[in-house]
Design a protein around this ligand. Structure first.
Ligand code: PLP
Length: 386
């Protein structure tokens, strides 16, 4: 179906932070398949792990024990400080699981119509429930009736959440991104995240953090909530976890632990041996190659480089982000920049109409990070001057 406005390029191979098209033209990948390919392209450890697992067994179903799934669940719980994991195959599905978990949690507490606090400009997916949780009218338009049970508040606004709490006794959870990715790389104040943790404790709500885009090292920590020094009750993951092999996860702890029981939720593909082998190889390579540190350092370098190169340029509103989740906000819609960058051999994205979004692979090196700054800054300057 005609669901994508695709750019006129197809890539035939990749290596690290680089991709090549069929004509042999090379592109610096500052998007990583929208925050998926953290290890870059054709990472030998990932390629080997996938090939070895495929040669043994690819799929068996969740009717049986899956050793790789158990191993990956243990690794994720250790890294996140959480207790248990449900595996699925995408970010939307991970958030569906979280939404269902919050409703069931509510029902267990006698709340018949459980409601979840969600944010303006949030992005949680395109299935009906996650689209309803998403704060983007354009994405929702035409798909009404939306799924009820969401209470929307402005982002970074403590008073608004308190007001919602007073007005609605059916609230059982908050679903929030620490950095809104699709929404324009909007960064939550860490004090706001800690406030949400305290409020959820006061009210016995679940604090559910959507780490689909920000998780798995992208912000320089394994998970973005770790910058705030808190532990959520639920986190959702996908994108970078499988380095391109589809996998999603809904991870629970504390009050959210044990809510799902055999029969309450499930997935045919979720947590299959192949996807979990990719997940384990991703986490191992990230640790061995110290990619969290790299993401933090390269993120600083790119932001500082862009701030220098774009200092005093009228039309650049803000350069922001955490680690390798970077936004350059302009004062006007700038979708054209994507094509101009493509022509110049640079893969970038524009989100929320006027925010240039950079999500390079976590393996990006210093030379490539500088090349990104040197390639992008003149394009932005020319675009604003035209
Ligand atoms: N949550 C966040 C924060 C996302 O950025 C996305 C996708 O961009 C999703 C959920 C949905 O993930 P998927 O496209 O894998 O369903």
């Amino acid at each position: 179906m005609n669901t994508y406005a695709r750019l006129p390029v197809s890539f035939v191979r990749g290596e690290g932070a680089w991709l090549w098209d069929g004509a042999g033209k090379r592109y610096l990948d500052a998007l990583a398949g929208i925050a998926v390919s953290g290890l870059g392209h054709a990472h030998p450890k990932l390629v080997r792990a996938i090939a070895e697992q495929a040669a043994k067994v690819i799929h068996t179903s969740n009717l049986y024990e899956i050793d790789r799934q158990r191993e990956l669940a243990d690794r994720l719980c250790a890294l996140a400080g959480m207790d248990e994991v449900f595996f699925c195959s995408s970010g939307s599905e991970a958030n569906e699981a979280a939404i269902k978990l919050a409703r069931l949690y509510g029902h267990h507490r006698g709340v018949q119509n459980a409601a979840i606090v969600v944010m303006e400009r949030a992005w949680h997916g395109r299935t009906l429930a996650t689209l309803s949780a998403t704060g983007n009218r354009k994405a929702q338009a035409g798909f009404e009736p939306l799924v009820p049970g969401f209470v929307r508040v402005p982002y970074n606004d403590e008073g608004a959440v308190r007001q919602a709490a007073e007005a609605n006794p059916d609230i059982t959870a908050v679903l929030v991104e620490v950095l809104q990715g699709e929404g324009g790389i909007n960064v939550a104040e860490l004090e706001y995240v800690r406030f949400l943790r305290r409020l959820c404790d006061e009210r016995k709500w679940l604090l559910m953090i959507d780490e689909v885009q920000s998780g798995i090292g992208r912000t320089g920590r394994w998970f973005a909530y770790q910058h705030a020094g808190i532990r959520p009750d639920v986190i959702t993951l996908a994108k970078g976890l499988g380095s391109g092999v589809p996998i999603g996860a809904c991870v629970a702890a504390g009050r959210a632990r044990g809510v799902f029981k055999p029969g309450t939720h499930g997935s045919t593909f979720g947590g299959g041996p192949l996807a979990c082998a990719a997940g384990l190889a991703t986490l191992a390579a990230m640790e061995e190659e110290r990619l969290l540190d790299n993401a933090a350092r390269m993120g600083e370098l790119i932001r500082a480089g862009l701030r220098d190169a774009l200092a005093g340029v009228a039309g650049v509103t803000e350069i922001r982000g955490l680690g390798l989740m970077i936004g350059v906000e302009l004062d006007r819609p700038c979708g054209d920049l994507v094509t101009r960058a493509l022509e110049a051999g640079l893969l970038i994205n524009v989100t929320a109409d006027q925010v240039v979004r950079l999500l390079p692979p976590l393996v990006i090196g210093e030379r490539e990070a500088r090349a990104l700054v040197d390639g992008l800054a003149p394009l932005i300057r020319q675009f604003l001057a035209s």
